[in-house]
Design a protein around this ligand. Structure first.
Ligand code: G4P
Length: 529
């Protein structure tokens, strides 16, 4: 197959949802359709069980599974589909944000009864900011839930999306009869007792046809006719360009557990979802069909075996062909590296591959030279943008609890930060080290891993910080900036890249600082124009 065809047949996406909405179940059904797995239950959920915060076995188990499910690839009707796993647990939100830099589109799963939940809101906001094309799947229609129109309204209001329903439910919960597929113009009837079988599909190109009354009863048929009329009246028709530009989001209804509405979603997805897209680097826009290989690291996973510090760096291929045993330039280190055993990912396993294409993810063995965000090329100096750090939510001093092991501690902290487990800030005033995380769970993960993988011990000390803001002065030589640096010295720190960060202790002090020093811009993410 030609290089261009290989690119065009790839779809790389992520499924995002609040925990429990059905992401794992949907992923599994997609894999079943692709014939990549044989039975349900094969995909392990990497969610952390409630109340498992102190259970280190659970953390280890979760880490193990998250390697296995990081990328799930399968073939469907000639299309190569790469699903990138995104942890739903809020403490791992940062991991999900970074993974979103490597997807070309997303599917958002929403629970019909719970509606739009907190985690979904946050993740969709990130996708919206980047104009990532999104398809919404409203799940669990076999249960009682919210009214379909209310839900569509909620999706528009809370998520700021512009929806275009491509299917519509016929009843719900106990009364759930099936789905009218607006996209394919047919009716799919639901049979609740067959949890494995694929549903029955009946062509109904004309909703006024009496056949519909026979199929679902006169009352339901009339309701459906009215509802579809309303849908057509309220919502715009699906427009592929709008979807691809992130200006419109098609919506499907179904029940992942019952395999209902999943094929419709997949068939539409394969047809409309974007092929690998061009990506902006600091230097220029890079197109996937360029001959020379470029890619970037969006995730690093530590080896599960504490005796081997090897890590797996996940690289998204942006352009060209990635070939085994070929020297590539690690741009940040200005070093050529060769990879003898790059891994490609399949449904449940990884395998060494000779060649991979744009849209694919390769896993590279790494002994510590990669950081999240690093770029690889054939020699060109390029730096991909868009793997920013966000302000952490929690901040604690980290102290060395075993003075004999300070070298191990620093090495451990350094490597864990490169993996993106948390962020390290070094205070300007006294050089003390502060760890910032998205969730409290990470502190336990860090402490446990420092001890078990690096033989170092640490303790934490609370620190009252509300938000970390990256400092961006309009004029670094101005008196205003100099005063800011002097007055706020106590609150200033450097992040791991050496960028200056202001650690504000309350929303109020942040506001006061912004008012007092208007020419010093404070950003909540490390990447700004
Ligand atoms: P997540 O990855 O988004 O966290 O969700 P997951 O797929 O694990 O689904 C969460 C729960 O919702 C699971 O039940 C799952 O079986 C159920 N579920 C998913 N899709 C549907 C659906 O279409 N209808 C109904 N009724 N339930 C659905 P659980 O009891 O937490 O786990 P399990 O023991 O069934 O695996």
């Amino acid at each position: 197959m030609s290089f261009l065809k290989e690119i065009q047949r790839r779809r790389t996406f992520g499924i995002i949802s609040h925990p429990d909405a059905g992401k794992t179940t949907l992923t599994e059904k997609l894999l079943l359709f692709g014939g990549a797995i044989q039975e349900a239950g094969a995909v392990k959920s990497n969610k952390i069980k409630k109340g498992a915060t102190s259970d280190f076995m659970e953390i280890e188990r979760q880490r193990g599974i998250s390697v296995a499910t990081s990328v799930l690839a399968f073939e469907y009707n000639g299309t190569k589909i790469n699903i990138l796993d995104t942890p739903g647990h809020k403490d791992f939100a940062e991991d999900t944000f970074r993974t979103l830099t490597a997807v070309d589109s997303v599917i958002v799963v929403i629970d019909v009864a719970k509606g739009v939940e907190e985690q979904t809101e946050k993740l969709v906001e990130v996708c919206r900011m980047r104009n990532i094309p999104m398809i919404v799947f409203i799940n669990k229609l076999d249960r009682e839930g919210k009214d379909a129109f209310d839900l569509l309204d909620e999706v528009e209001q809370k998520l700021g999306l512009k929806v275009a329903p491509l299917s519509f439910p016929i009843g719900m919960g106990y009364e759930f009869k099936g789905i009218y597929n607006i996209w394919e113009k047919n009716v799919n009837l639901f049979s609740g007792d067959s949890r494995k079988n694929i549903e029955e599909t009946i062509e109904i190109s004309d909703l006024s046809s009496p056949e519909l009354d026979e199929l679902i009863g006169e009352k339901s048929a009339n309701t459906l006719r009215e509802e579809i009329e309303l849908v057509e009246g309220i919502y715009p028709e699906f427009n592929k360009t709008d979807y691809l530009e992130g200006n419109q989001q098609p919506v499907f209804f179904g029940s992942a557990l019952n395999n209902f509405g999943v094929r419709e979603l997949l068939d539409c997805f394969v047809e409309i979802a974007p092929k690998p897209r061009a990506k902006q680097s600091e230097e220029r826009l890079v197109k996937p069909d360029e001959k020379k290989f470029t890619g970037f690291v969006f995730k690093i996973h530590a080896n599960m075996d504490p005796n081997h510090r090897n890590r797996l760096a996940f690289v998204k291929i942006v352009s060209g062909e990635f070939k085994r045993n070929t020297p590539y330039l690690h741009v940040r280190n200005n070093k050529k590296l060769k990879f003898s055993s790059p891994n490609a990912f399949f449904a449940e396993k990884k395998e060494i591959v000779d060649i991979s294409y744009p849209g694919d993810i390769v896993g590279l063995q790494d002994t510590g030279s990669f950081k999240i965000g690093d770029t690889l090329t054939e020699g060109e100096i390029l730096n991909y943008k868009g793997v920013p750090s966000f302000s952490p939510e929690h901040f604690r001093y980290i102290n060395n609890a075993d003075p004999m092991k300070s070298k191990q501690l620093f090495k451990g902290i350094d490597q864990l930060m490169d993996e993106g487990v948390a962020q390290l800030f070094t205070l300007e005033l006294n050089g003390r080290k502060v760890i910032g995380t998205v969730g409290a769970l990470q502190y336990e993960v860090i402490q446990y891993r420092l001890e078990h993988e690096y033989g170092a011990k640490c303790t934490y000390e609370n620190l009252n910080v509300h938000k970390a803001c990256w400092v961006d002065p309009e004029d670094p030589k101005s008196d205003e900036y100099k005063e800011f640096l002097r007055v706020k010295q106590r609150f200033l720190a450097k992040d791991k890249q050496g960028q200056l960060v202001f650690l504000s202790d309350s929303p109020f002090s942040l506001q006061m600082t912004q008012q007092k020093y208007p020419s010093v811009k404070l950003h909540f993410t490390s990447e700004f124009e």
